[in-house]
Design a protein around this ligand. Structure first.
Ligand code: SF4
Length: 182
């Protein structure tokens, strides 16, 4: 079931402009243009993540420049780097401290699959501890690849059934997407 949202412009006697839309479309539009990333920088990919905030790549073009170093003020965990078993529990705990709705981006080969580190000490993919929404390939992926992944996350947020999730919990059926390395 869809909700109809309408708003009348104030000041005009006898009516004014009216906007009619679905509740999902309005909620998703607001959410996808105000993603606050939580930079989970674990190793070298974090440098590329930092680069995306510079003037050359300018992640603020997508409304994502408000990176927060507190999980309680963030809604998108960007895992950039190798997840060792020693860190895995901490990553999961920080994810649990983020408020809903929240998303996860696995940036780079290590975060996505363990990368080249087939060793006893490295987790073979972030999806073993948190639900990943977007995978970004590359070692390391360039900032352009991160931006491409974030745009795919925006598309994904745009497809969510947010109104239903408000009442029944997050729609867990939307499959994750893979972004190509730039
Ligand atoms: S994918 Fe490559 S650049 Fe990124 S953390 Fe792993 S080894 Fe480092």
């Amino acid at each position: 079931m869809n909700f109809i949202v309408s708003a009348a412009a104030r000041g005009a006697k006898g009516g004014g402009d009216v906007v009619v839309s679905r509740a999902d479309a309005v909620i998703n539009w607001v959410r996808k243009h105000s993603v606050w990333p939580f930079p989970m920088g674990l190793s070298c990919c974090a440098i590329e993540l930092m680069g995306s905030g510079g003037s050359r790549f300018d992640i603020s073009r997508f409304g994502m420049e408000v990176m927060r170093f507190s999980p309680r003020q963030s809604d998108c965990m960007v895992i950039a780097g190798t997840i060792t078993y020693k860190m895995a529990e901490t990553v999961r705990r920080l994810y649990d401290q983020m408020p809903e709705p929240k998303w996860v981006v696995a940036m780079g080969a290590c975060a996505s699959s363990g990368g080249m580190f087939r060793t006893y000490s490295v987790l073979q993919g972030a999806d073993q501890i948190v639900p990943v929404d977007v995978y970004i390939s590359g070692c390391p992926p360039k900032p352009e690849a991160l931006l491409d992944g974030m745009m795919r996350l925006q598309e994904r947020i745009g497809r969510e059934r947010s109104r239903r999730a408000l009442f029944e919990g997050r729609d867990a059926e939307t499959p994750p997407v893979a972004a190509a390395a730039a």
